[in-house]
Design a protein around this ligand. Sequence first.
Ligand code: FAD
Length: 419
Amino acid sequence: MTRIHDVIIVGAGPAGTATAARLHQHGVRDVVVLERYAFPRDKPCGGGLTGHCDEALAALDLVLDVPRVPSATARVRLGGFERTVTMGRPVNVIRRIDFDASLVAQIRARGVEVRVDSPVAGLAVEADAVTVRLDDGRALRGRVVIGADGAASVVRKHLHGDARPLPHRLFMQELPAALADSAMVYDFTPMQDGLRGYLWVFPVADGRANVGLMHYPSSRKGGPELLRLLRAHLGAHGVELPARGARGWPVWGYDPRAPVAAPRLLTVGDAAGIDGLTGEGIAVAMEQAQVAGDLAARGLATGELGFAGYRRALRRATVGRELALDRWLARLLYQRGPGWQRWMSLVLFDPDVLEMYAARVAGSEVLADQKLRLWSALVRHAGLAWSRRRRLREALAAVPALPPGPAADQSVAPSTASS
Ligand SMILES: Cc1cc2nc3c(=O)[nH]c(=O)nc-3n(C[C@H](O)[C@H](O)[C@H](O)COP(=O)(O)OP(=O)(O)OC[C@H]3O[C@@H](n4cnc5c(N)ncnc54)[C@H](O)[C@@H]3O)c2cc1C
């Protein structure tokens, strides 16, 4: 008879290691983490430890002990317009190959078992446990299984069935670059060429830059078209994308109504959904891990393993409130037609909105608690929208639109995991 573990966590990225750390804090010791790859392993990512990552690490007794570039300013750009905002405290830009290996080492040092080279192929929920099947045919059983297995999560697939909404698409590359300073650059100029999202240039240790772009799925864009936009618009930042292009990754945005749990099953991190506005997910994963770890530990103690309240608990936590607000903002800002200009002009030209968002990115404020300030900005905008849109068009006129590309608006295969 196969032994039944208290908890099996699938995936040892930030979500999986943070959940293991939380369970350990609760005294849950019979935990096995199953990871597809061996560490150090890389993961396409901008590496910006934004939001409430500092607090999340501290709450989990984890430390940031890898090389990082602290960035205290963000430069936001659209065509000829540029504004620099100071963040309440620096955002740390790390490399995932270092960061994830460090988190794994930290939980292993606590005695948590992490089994690498152990890809999970599928799972079956039974009355007394969940059976987790590995690629090589072996099986493990757990009273609870937590899916922290990223965007291509097998646990997410189990919960969502055949439902496959269009994913966000993110591309990144790390390159040598002589950046002027350590500011994080967010450039929305490619929106005039059909991108619904932004291009980033983040400083990385050793005189390098992490560059990339995020596309929100209000319109379908194929990999070649997104790479064309990335390549063309990086020129304005003095960065040349090499011939090999950039690594792409589809991820699903957080939807407060989507399934995140079932009896004996929970999901965290990208498996539950990323921030729809920014594509950010590391701090999100570590905050959600605390909610999931608390609920799992309580469930193991009480025998209540239905987890019917998890979706609501996530939604009500600070992280869930921020994700819900960002989901709403993303739908306005990244809408398919020209209406995006109305909302982008509010973000760029209102004296308060960018400051609020910078404080949210830095983790010094919870944007969802700033409803009064947000409403005041909306009221101001009602009177100024026309002149602000004219200003926005003038900013865009400074950078002529690119000619349409041959591969523009291709359909996207949602399961494509690389460029
Ligand atoms: C290009 C790009 C740029 C980004 N930039 C940022 C940024 O600057 N800041 C930020 O906060 N977020 C960023 N994100 C998002 C961030 O990378 C993710 O939100 C974060 O990695 C989520 O952590 P996770 O642990 O949920 O998933 P992952 O980091 O994907 O970890 C999942 C783990 O599960 C393992 N796994 C998967 N399937 C299986 C299986 N079947 N069996 C066993 N193991 C499995 C994987 O190998 C992996 O180790 C970016 C994402 C992309 C694609």
